[in-house]
Write a protein that binds this ligand. Structure first.
Ligand code: RB5
Length: 143
């Protein structure tokens, strides 16, 4: 199950990504927002981050205007490794190296064609499971 959420700055791109998820047959839960009316991104960042951290969803996708505010928010939640990606190289690397569990996108930064390819890369790239990356992720989680 994929958790997806956005603020008003990410709403239009979220619709494009939902279209992709539906075409590919992914199960998803949309945590809002549901229009381009102005809202506060932390509300939606937290909802998606908690759904992933609590194990209700396997991965999350968050979109705000830049992707920055919503990634800062998601990364405050323990167990979340949220990665702001603007290209497929980073989407692949953050799955292989960081085992990122939330993808963040900027609706005012990337166009829908590139965004869908970034999502596809993120969802289809496994974690490498290499010892050095496992160790570094444990270091992130350590108090
Ligand atoms: C909203 O105008 C904008 O600040 C928000 O979408 C995001 O870019 C914040 O980081």
């Amino acid at each position: 199950m994929i958790a997806i959420g956005c603020d008003h700055g990410g709403y239009e791109l979220k619709l494009e990504i939902i279209k992709y998820l539906e075409e590919k047959g992914y199960a998803y839960e949309d945590f809002g927002c549901y229009s381009t009316a102005s809202v506060d991104y932390p509300e939606y960042g937290k909802k998606v981050a908690h759904a992933v951290a609590d194990g209700v969803c396997d991965k999350g996708i968050l979109i705000c205007g830049t992707g920055i505010g919503i990634s800062i928010t998601a990364n405050k939640v323990k167990g979340i490794r949220a990665a702001l990606c603007t290209d497929c190289f980073c989407a692949e690397a953050t799955r292989q190296h960081n085992d990122a569990n939330v993808l963040c996108l900027g609706g005012r930064v990337v166009g829908p064609g590139l965004a869908v390819k970034i999502v596809d890369t993120f969802l289809n790239t496994p974690f490498s499971n290499e010892a050095r990356h496992v160790k570094r992720i444990a270091q992130i989680e350590a108090e």
